[in-house]
Design a protein around this ligand. Structure first.
Ligand SMILES: [Zn+2]
Ligand SMILES: [Zn+2]
Length: 226
């Protein structure tokens, strides 16, 4: 349960003249309301008049008098629909969670809301250069997996990645990232192939972006999250 409008009740910016003449649609936008996602397509709407109503979006129902007495598509139902269209509130089946690295909000399947999620920016991409927090080694991301560190065995060791001694300080439910070490100079072709086949698995939190790389300015805007 995440309130995506943590700052409290707000009104939405009016649209340019699009012929939104219906008074309920106008009030849905202009009045100060706070929408909270409850899951299962249910939303709590705190109205400008400090009443709290519950909207079942898929069922098209609301607990307010306007809907209960007149059966109309009230301003609360409309407000929820508008917020979803504008990306302010997650659609039914989705939940808003914070990116584990930068705290920006991402909408994820509500069944996976308890797992670790990263925003599009922080999700590591193949070829990204990252630093191993434990050793300071520079590594190259091969791929980010959807498996957890406590689900994957370390090859040749009788433990999972999460249980491996140097990984114990990182969350056991971190996603596993496969990385390569940069190519050492002077490798023969057959050694090069072997090098590329050797992938190492790390919990996501053990890897960080390099400090202020001079040639990748887009990465330098981000504060380190420790
Ligand atoms: Zn209503
Ligand atoms: Zn992020």
């Amino acid at each position: 349960m995440t309130n995506t409008t943590a700052s409290g009740k707000v009104s939405l910016a009016p649209l340019a003249d699009t012929g939104e003449a219906d008074p309920r649609s106008q009030r849905a936008r202009a009045e100060r309301m706070a929408v909270t996602t409850l899951g299962g397509g249910l939303y709590e709407v705190e109205s400008q008049s400090d009443n709290t109503y519950f909207v079942d979006l898929l069922g098209g129902r609301c607990t307010c008098p306007d809907h209960m007495m007149r059966g109309v598509r009230c301003k609360h139902i409309r407000r929820v629909a508008i917020e979803i269209n504008e990306g302010r509130t997650p659609p039914p089946g989705k939940e808003a969670v914070e990116c584990a690295r930068c705290d920006s909000v991402v909408f994820v399947d509500e069944r996976t809301a308890d797992e670790v999620h990263f925003c599009d920016y922080c999700e590591l991409q193949s070829g990204d250069a990252v630093v191993d927090r434990a050793t300071g080694d520079l590594l190259i991301v091969a791929r980010m997996t959807d498996r957890r560190a406590d689900e994957v065995e370390v090859p040749g060791k009788d433990c999972t990645i999460a249980e491996y001694p140097t990984n114990r300080e990182y969350p056991a439910d971190d996603p596993v990232v496969e990385v390569l070490y940069p190519i050492p100079s002077g490798l023969r072709p057959e050694q090069l192939k072997e090098h590329h086949l050797r992938r190492y698995s790390f919990p996501r939190s053990r890897l960080k972006y390099p400090e202020r790389p001079s040639d990748q300015s887009e990465l330098t805007d981000f504060p380190e999250s420790n």
